[in-house]
Design a protein around this ligand. Structure first.
Ligand code: FAD
Ligand code: NAD
Length: 469
């Protein structure tokens, strides 16, 4: 069979694959892009976009309930779930053209709407045709990992792949898994009017700084999200339209069940063995330049152990630099992450625990609570804090923020880490008043608070005051 030849073949048109295909096409390469499902992948269709649209609707409902603190009569909102769902679907439709087949074809990319798999180390097959390429970029993403809980396979359960198409608001949503999906969706459903119970096997938000996570978890508890921690679900069953979980000797019954217990990389149907591409259960094995064990092939995004859309996009840039220009490129940037609960939880670089593990006691921990931030006070949203970890000499190791808008507020810290700025750069910046961002500067200034007790500095100041009376 004669193969069609390209410079770059990209498998998967999600966050990583689309970024890579667009960049390669813009540099004039002949690019083929394979997509087995919907253009845009998880993020657009069943991930970031619908989840954030649902969260936005839920925030409006909550604002109506809690308006009394501003002197406005609070009301119990009437939630028209079909209309909420329509808002979610409309949001996807609004953003879809950016990821569409038409847009990519206009960029010069050959888009093949079919599953692709390797037949040897330099050829993939899709819909019975062969395609060769100078370089391959595998960006096939991940899918929900379903735990082997007895009875689970026999009951109707939701995952992120089905949740946003669901037509009824659950009266009681059970959620297995207290990670990002579990808690974002738990709060959104609670605010829209569901009773919600989350069952987490270990600790919720375990990737984050416990001090910051506690701010979010405390808020969720006050809003009525039930979270059962360190608990294993031993059995799942359904009867009379309800779903029952056996958890630590007690039974909890809900109307719907969401399983949000992590991800599995999409590696099984790719013919990776034929291509000499090594894998582990965590995904395709890559080096720091994201190259696989087949030197013609790279892997990016969730299929290579990634977790976030911006991470997949960043990795696309790294492999394009390497594949097109042969430039040595390594994925070394600190990847921030944000959990879009309210309050939000954001982190970049090391948490306090990670910093102490790496640097021992040679770290400084700087904090600025939002209760001391004028804008937060005017908006009656004073929960949370900025927490920054530096070395003794003021090198920034990491920053975390729990509070309203944390995902936006973390951005100067991303820049600071990327640009290797010292804490003095943030402390000396002039920020507009009143903004929540001033809390970051306040935390940075905290680094210098210790200087007032520095004996040498006080001695010098004493001398100066004698010379210049
Ligand atoms: C509910 C939810 C909320 C999320 N929220 C956020 C968030 O707020 N912020 C954030 O940064 N991240 C978020 N994520 C994570 C984010 O969606 C993923 O990290 C991101 O989509 C990964 O991009 P990717 O390119 O690796 O994979 P995907 O975007 O999943 O794309 C993979 C594509 O490959 C296709 N494919 C698979 N196999 C083949 C094959 N053999 N041939 C052809 N095509 C194939 C699939 O159909 C899919 O379209 C969320 C995830 C979920 C589930
Ligand atoms: N805001 C964001 O950036 C965002 C939002 C949603 C999802 N995502 C990404 O999507 C992916 C999936 O998210 P997720 O929440 O499913 O995974 P996760 O890894 O964030 O959390 C899964 C949770 O489930 C728990 N768990 C596992 N097995 C369990 C069991 N049998 N019983 C009870 N609890 C169990 C784990 O201890 C963990 O806390 C992640 O990569 C995440 O980064 C990101």
């Amino acid at each position: 069979m004669r193969a069609r030849h390209f410079d770059i073949a990209v498998i998967g048109a999600g966050s990583g694959g689309l970024s890579a295909a667009a960049a390669a096409a813009q540099f004039g390469c002949r690019v083929v892009l394979f997509e087995a499902g919907d253009m845009g992948g998880d993020c657009l269709n069943t991930g970031c976009v619908p989840s954030k649209a649902l969260i936005a609707a839920a925030r409006q409902a909550q604002a109506m309930r809690t308006a009394a603190r501003f002197g406005i009569t609070p009301v119990a909102p009437t939630v028209d779930f079909a209309a909420v769902r329509a808002h979610v679907q409309r949001t996807i439709a609004t953003l879809a053209p950016h990821d569409s087949q038409q847009r990519f074809e206009a960029l010069g990319v050959s888009v093949i709407r079919a599953a692709a798999h390797f037949v040897n180390d330099r050829t993939v097959e899709a819909r019975g045709e062969h395609y060769t390429a100078r370089r391959f970029i595998i960006a096939t993403g991940s899918r929900p990992a379903i735990p082997p809980i007895p009875g689970l396979a026999e009951v109707p359960y939701l995952t992120n792949e089905t949740l946003f198409a669901s037509e009824t608001l659950p009266s009681h949503l059970l959620v297995i898994g207290g990670g990002a999906i579990g808690l974002e969706m738990a709060q959104a459903h609670r605010r829209l009017g569901s009773e919600v119970t989350v069952i987490e096997a270990a600790a919720p938000l375990a990737q984050d700084d416990p001090e910051l996570a506690a701010v979010v978890l405390g808020h969720l508890a006050r809003e009525g999200v039930g979270i059962i921690t360190s608990a294993a679900v031993s059995r799942v069953s359904s009867s009379g339209g309800g779903i029952t979980l056996e958890v630590g000797g007690r039974s909890i019954t809900g109307s719907h069940l969401l399983v949000a217990t992590g991800r599995r990389p999409n590696i099984e149907k790719l013919g990776l063995e034929a291509a000499g591409i090594a894998v582990t259960p965590r995904g395709i094995t890559v080096d720091r330049g994201l190259r696989t064990s087949n030197r013609r092939a790279y892997a990016i995004g969730d299929v290579a152990g990634g977790r976030f859309t911006h991470e997949a996009g960043y990795q696309a840039g790294i492999v394009i630099r390497s594949a097109l220009f042969g430039l040595p490129a390594r994925a070394t940037a600190a990847i921030p992450h944000v959990t879009y609960t309210d309050p939000e939880l954001a982190q970049v670089g090391l948490t306090e625990r990670q910093a102490r593990a790496a640097h021992g006691d040679g770290v400084r921990v700087l904090r600025a609570p939002f209760s001391g931030n004028d804008r937060a006070v005017t908006e009656a949203e004073v929960e949370g804090l900025v927490k920054v970890i530096t070395t003794r000499r003021g090198r920034i190791l990491g920053a975390g923020i729990a509070g309203a808008g944390a995902g936006d507020l973390i951005q100067p810290w991303v820049l600071a880490l990327q640009g290797r700025l010292k804490i003095s750069a943030l402390a000396s910046s002039v920020l507009p008043y009143p903004t929540r961002g001033e809390a970051s500067r306040r935390a940075a200034i905290g680094y210098f608070a210790g200087l007032a007790s520095n004996r040498l500095l006080r001695h010098v100041m004493g001398l100066v005051s004698r010379i210049i009376p």
